[in-house]
Write a protein that binds this ligand. Structure first.
Ligand SMILES: *Cc1c(COP(=O)(O)O)cnc(C)c1O
Length: 838
C-alpha cells in the first residue's frame, strides 16, 4: 500500500500534462534518454525525445489495464495475424490520449517544428496491404470499445520493402525499420517461450497405462515477445500488440564450439533468427516456402503458449480455455492453431481428445479474406511432415473423425468427401489450410456482404452446406481516428464545429451533416478544405517529382497493391482514351484531371511490375506533350504506405475501385476515400456494393459487369478479341501501346500486357472498357457543376457511418466472441496476484 501511494506520486510528478510539464519532460528525455544537448540534437533525437514523452504518458493506462484484466480474469480477444500494418504511432497515440494540441503547443513553444517531428517517424511496415491494415484498425477499435485484447503476430526485422522507381521500374529496398531503435515497444524476455521443429513422434504409456503421443523435435528456437501498447480513444484502455522475435536457444552451440566448429555454432544461431527476418511481400498469393510455414507455426505456438501461461498465472483451469480466450484467425496464415491448440491441450496438458476438440472449436474463429484460388493456402505433405510431424498426425486424426461425420451426413458422396478432406489427394498431396480452419472453428466469416455470399456459393460451399450456422458476414471497417481525425484535421474541425465530436466514436452521427447540404457557407467551407488539402498534396508532388498539378483538376486516385484483378491497367486504358481524344482534336473541351497511382508490386509478380512501368511510360508521354496543355497529368507516387496514405485519401475527388466484380473481398481503401469526401467510381465488388447502398446510387459512379455476369461470360467462353474488333476506341488504345508509342518505339516492352489482354484477358478489362469510359465521362460532366459535386461529396462522407471499424468490431464482439467491455479506471491498486500477466 505504501509502495502504491508512492507510485501514484511518482506518476503524477513525471507524467503531468500541462504545457510546462510537457516541455520539461521533452527536454529531460532529450537529455537523459537520447543523451543529447539541444546543440547536438538531430531531428531524430527530437522525435525520439517526443516519442518517449508520449510513451511515459501511456504507461499508467497500460499498467492499469494489465492490472484490471488480471484481477478480473477478463475474457480476452486474441487477434492472431501474420501482419499488422500499424502505421506511425506518435500522432495516433497523441490523438487517443487527447494530448495532440497541448503537445503541439509545448513543442512549438520550444521553437521546434512539431509537424516536422510527426513527419520524421518512419513506420513499422509489418504487413502487405489491406489485410494487415485491417488488423491494425481492429486493434484500434477494440481498445476504443474497451475490449480486453491481445494482438499476436510476428516482429519481422525487415517489413515490406521500400519501393523506389528508377527509369519507371519498381526497385525494392530493404526496410530497416529498427535502425534508429523503436521507442514504442518493450521487450519482455521473461516471457520467452520455446518452439520445437522437426524430428519425429513416439507413443508411450503413462502411469495409468493410457497411450499418449510424444513429439521428439530435432531443433527448437526461442520466441521473445515485444509489446506495443494500443490505446483506446480517450479511455484508459491500453491493450497490447505482442509480436514475437525468433532467437537461437543459446547464443552458441557449446558442443559445436568445443569441438571446434565455431562457424557451425554461429550458423545455427543465424538459421534460428532467420524465421522472423523478413515479411513475405506477396499480397493475395502464396509461394509454399518452408520458411513461411516456419513463421506461421512459430508465431501461433508462441501465442498459444503465452495464453496457457496467462491461464496458469491466473489459476484458471485449462478446461476453461475457451471461456478465457476468443481467438480470431486473420485468414489462414494462423490456421495451424487448430492443430497446435489440440497438441498443447492433449499432449502437454493431458486433456482427452474430445474435450480438447470442443475447447479448440469453441475458442477459434476464422475470417476468410479471398476468393482467388492462387491465394488459398496449402502445404505439401512432405514439407509439412518434415517440419511438424506431430501436427500432421493430429490433422489426420481430425480428418478421419471429420470424414466419418460428413460420410453419414451426405451419404454416398465421395466427390464431396474428397473436396472437404483436410488433405488434397487429387495429385501431389497437400494440407488444405482453409479446410483446417473451417473444421476447427465455431465461426467463419467473410469481409463484405457480397464476399460472404460468394464464399457460401463457391470456395466454402461444401462447408456451408455442412454447417451453415457457422457462417456470417462481418463487413470490414476502418478507424475514423487515424483516417479522419489524425489525417484530416481540417475536415475534423469543420465537422466538429457543426455536430460536436460524438461522431469520432459513433460514426453514424455523421448523418447529421446532411442537414447542411443546402447551407452555402458550409458547402463553401467543405470545398475550400478539399482544395487546401489538394494543394498540400500538389506541393509535395512538385517537390518530389517536379510535376505541376492543378488543384482545379479532378484528383483521380488509385492507390492500392498492384494486381491484375485490381485493374490499374483499366484505369490506364481510360487515360490513353482521353489522350487519344486530345490528339485527334487538340481543342477538345475536357475536364482537367490529375491521375495519381500508388502501390507496391510483389517482387516476383512480373505483370504487376510491368503495369507500374506502363503507368510511368504513359505519364512521361502525356505530361510533356504540348497538345495536352496540362489538362491531364499522370503521376506514379512511389512507396505507398500508411504514412503516405494519410496524406492521399483526404486529397481525392475520385476514388478508383475498379476490380473485376467477384474478385475483391472487401477493400478498405474505398471506405477511407469515401469518408473523406471522395466520390467513388467502382464496380459492384466487395464493400463497394454496401458503399453505394449507403451513399445512394445517385452519389456513386457505377459501371461494369456484376459478379454474376462475369461468371456467365466466362462460362460462355469469353473472347476479348470480339470487344477489340467491335470498338475502334479500344482498338486505338491497344494499338498505341503495342506500337511502341509509349516505349520509345519498342514494340516488345509492353507486349506481355497486350498479349495477355488480347488472348485471354482473365480480368475482363475489355468487357468493362466501354462501360468504364462512359462512366468516366459522367464523372467529368458532374465535376463541372461544383455545387452539385460538393453536395455529393458531403453526402458520401455523411453516410459512411457503417464503415467505422467500431461497427465491425461490435459485431464480432456480439456474434462471434461473446465478449463485453471492461472499464479501466484512471488509477488502480497493485495486483493482488503475484505477477501481472497481461
Ligand atoms: C487501406 C490500405 C490498403 C488497402 O487498400 P485497398 O484499396 O482496400 O486495397 C493498402 N495499403 C495501405 C497502406 C492502406 O492504408
Amino acid at each position: 500500500m505504501q509502495l502504491r501511494n508512492e507510485l501514484v506520486r511518482v506518476e503524477a510528478d513525471r507524467t503531468g500534462t500541462t504545457i510546462d510539464n510537457l516541455k520539461r519532460a521533452f527536454l529531460e528525455n532529450l537529455y537523459y534518454v537520447q543523451g543529447k544537448p539541444p546543440a547536438l540534437a538531430t531531428l531524430n533525437d527530437y522525435y525520439m525525445a517526443l516519442a518517449h514523452t508520449v510513451r511515459d504518458r501511456i504507461m499508467q493506462r497500460w499498467n492499469n489495464s494489465a492490472i484490471t484484466y488480471t484481477e478480473n480474469q477478463s475474457r480476452t480477444v486474441c487477434y492472431l495475424s501474420a501482419e499488422f500494418l500499424m502505421g506511425p504511432h506518435l500522432g495516433n497515440n497523441l490523438i487517443n490520449l487527447g494530448l495532440y494540441e497541448p503537445m503541439k503547443q509545448a513543442i512549438d513553444e520550444l521553437g521546434i517544428n512539431f509537424d516536422e517531428l510527426i513527419e520524421e517517424e518512419g513506420e513499422p511496415g509489418l504487413g502487405n496491404g489491406g489485410l494487415g491494415r485491417l488488423a491494425a484498425c481492429y486493434l484500434d477499435s477494440l481498445a476504443a470499445l474497451e475490449i480486453p485484447t491481445m494482438g499476436y503476430g510476428i516482429r519481422y526485422e525487415f517489413g515490406i520493402f521500400k519501393q523506389d522507381i528508377r527509369d519507371g521500374w519498381q526497385v525494392e529496398i530493404t526496410d530497416k525499420w529498427l535502425r534508429n531503435g523503436n521507442p514504442w515497444e518493450l521487450a519482455r524476455p521473461e516471457w520467452t517461450v520455446s518452439i520445437p521443429f522437426g524430428g519425429h513422434t513416439e507413443s508411450y504409456r503413462n502411469s495409468q497405462g493410457v497411450y499418449r503421443a510424444r513429439w521428439v523435435p530435432a531443433w527448437e528456437v526461442k520466441g521473445v515477445p515485444y509489446d506495443t501498447p494500443t490505446l483506446g480513444y480517450k479511455v484508459n484502455t491500453a491493450n497490447t500488440l505482442r509480436l514475437w522475435k525468433a532467437e537461437a536457444p543459446e547464443s552458441f552451440d557449446f558442443q559445436a564450439f568445443n569441438t571446434g566448429d565455431y562457424y557451425g555454432a554461429v550458423n545455427a544461431k543465424v538459421v534460428s533468427e532467420n524465421i522472423t527476418k523478413v515479411l513475405y511481400p506477396n499480397d493475395d498469393e502464396i509461394q509454399g516456402k518452408v520458411l513461411r510455414l516456419q513463421q506461421q507455426f512459430f508465431f501461433v505456438s508462441c501465442s498459444l503458449q503465452d495464453m496457457i501461461r496467462i491461464m496458469k498465472g491466473q489459476k484458471i483451469p485449462m478446461e476453461r480455455f475457451h471461456e478465457k480466450f476468443a481467438v480470431q484467425l486473420n485468414d489462414t496464415h494462423p490456421a495451424i492453431a487448430v492443430a497446435e491448440l489440440m497438441r498443447l491441450l492433449v499432449d502437454q496438458e493431458f486433456l482427452g481428445w474430445d474435450e480438447a476438440w470442443a475447447i479448440t472449436q469453441n475458442t477459434l474463429a476464422y475470417t476468410n479474406h479471398t476468393l482467388l484460388p492462387e491465394a488459398l493456402e496449402r502445404w505439401q505433405i512432405d514439407l509439412f511432415r518434415d517440419l511438424l510431424p506431430r501436427h500432421l498426425e493430429i490433422i489426420y486424426e481430425i480428418n478421419q473423425r471429420f470424414m466419418d461425420d460428413v460420410r453419414v451426413k451426405f451419404i454416398d458422396d465421395d466427390a464431396r468427401l474428397a473436396r472437404m478432406s483436410l488433405i488434397d489427394e487429387s495429385g501431389e498431396r497437400y494440407v488444405r489450410m482453409a479446410n483446417l480452419a473451417c473444421v476447427g472453428s465455431h465461426a467463419i466469416n467473410g469481409v463484405a456482404a457480397l464476399h460472404s455470399e460468394l464464399l457460401k456459393q463457391t470456395v466454402l460451399k461444401d462447408f456451408y452446406e455442412y454447417s451453415p450456422e457457422k457462417f456470417s458476414n462481418k463487413t470490414n471497417g476502418v478507424t475514423p481516428r487515424r483516417f479522419m481525425v489524425l489525417s484530416n484535421p481540417r475536415l475534423t474541425q469543420l465537422i466538429t464545429d457543426r455536430i460536436g465530436s460524438g461522431w469520432i466514436t459513433d460514426l453514424e452521427q455523421l448523418r447529421q451533416l446532411e442537414q447542411f447540404i443546402d447551407d452555402p457557407a458550409f458547402c463553401q467551407q467543405w470545398r475550400s478544405i478539399k482544395q487546401a488539402i489538394k494543394q498540400d498534396l500538389a506541393d509535395s508532388i512538385q517537390k518530389d517529382y517536379g510535376v505541376d498539378v492543378s488543384i482545379d483538376s479532378i484528383f483521380d486516385i488509385q492507390v492500392k497493391r498492384i494486381h491484375e484483378y485490381k485493374r490499374q491497367h483499366l484505369n490506364l486504358l481510360h487515360i490513353i482514351t482521353l489522350y487519344n481524344r486530345i490528339k485527334a482534336n487538340p481543342n477538345i473541351d475536357i475536364t482537367p484531371r490529375t491521375f495519381l497511382f500508388g502501390g507496391k508490386a510483389a517482387p516476383g509478380y512480373f505483370m504487376a511490375k510491368l503495369m507500374i512501368k506502363l503507368v510511368s511510360a504513359v505519364s512521361e508521354v502525356i505530361n510533356r506533350d504540348p497538345d495536352v496543355r496540362g489538362r491531364i497529368k499522370v503521376v506514379f507516387l512511389k512507396n505507398y504506405n500508411v504514412k503516405f496514405a494519410q496524406h492521399v485519401y483526404p486529397a481525392a475527388d475520385l476514388s478508383e475501385q475498379i476490380s473485376t466484380a467477384g474478385k475483391e473481398a472487401s477493400g478498405t481503401g474505398n471506405m477511407k476515400f469515401a469518408m473523406n469526401g471522395a466520390l467513388t467510381i467502382g464496380t459492384l465488388d466487395g464493400a463497394n456494393v454496401e458503399i453505394m447502398e449507403q451513399a445512394g446510387e445517385e452519389n456513386f459512379f457505377l459501371f461494369g459487369l456484376t459478379a454474376e455476369e462475369v461468371r456467365e461470360r466466362k462460362a460462355r467462353g469469353y473472347d476479348p478479341k470480339a470487344y477489340y474488333n467491335a470498338n475502334p476506341n479500344l482498338q486505338l488504345v491497344i494499338d498505341r501501346i503495342a506500337s511502341g508509342f509509349f516505349s520509345h518505339g519498342d514494340k516488345t516492352l509492353f507486349q506481355p500486357i497486350v498479349d495477355n489482354l488480347m488472348q485471354s484477358d482473365p480480368y475482363l478489362l475489355f468487357a468493362d472498357y466501354q462501360s468504364y469510359v462512359e462512366c468516366q465521362d459522367r464523372v467529368a460532366e458532374a465535376y463541372r457543376d461544383q455545387d452539385k459535386w460538393t453536395r455529393m461529396s458531403i453526402l458520401n462522407a455523411a453516410r459512411m457511418g457503417m464503415f467505422s471499424s467500431d461497427r465491425s468490431i461490435q459485431e464480432y464482439c456480439d456474434d462471434i466472441w461473446n465478449v463485453k467491455p471492461v472499464t479501466v479506471k484512471e488509477t488502480e491498486g497493485f495486483c493482488s496476484a503475484t505477477v501481472c500477466l497481461l
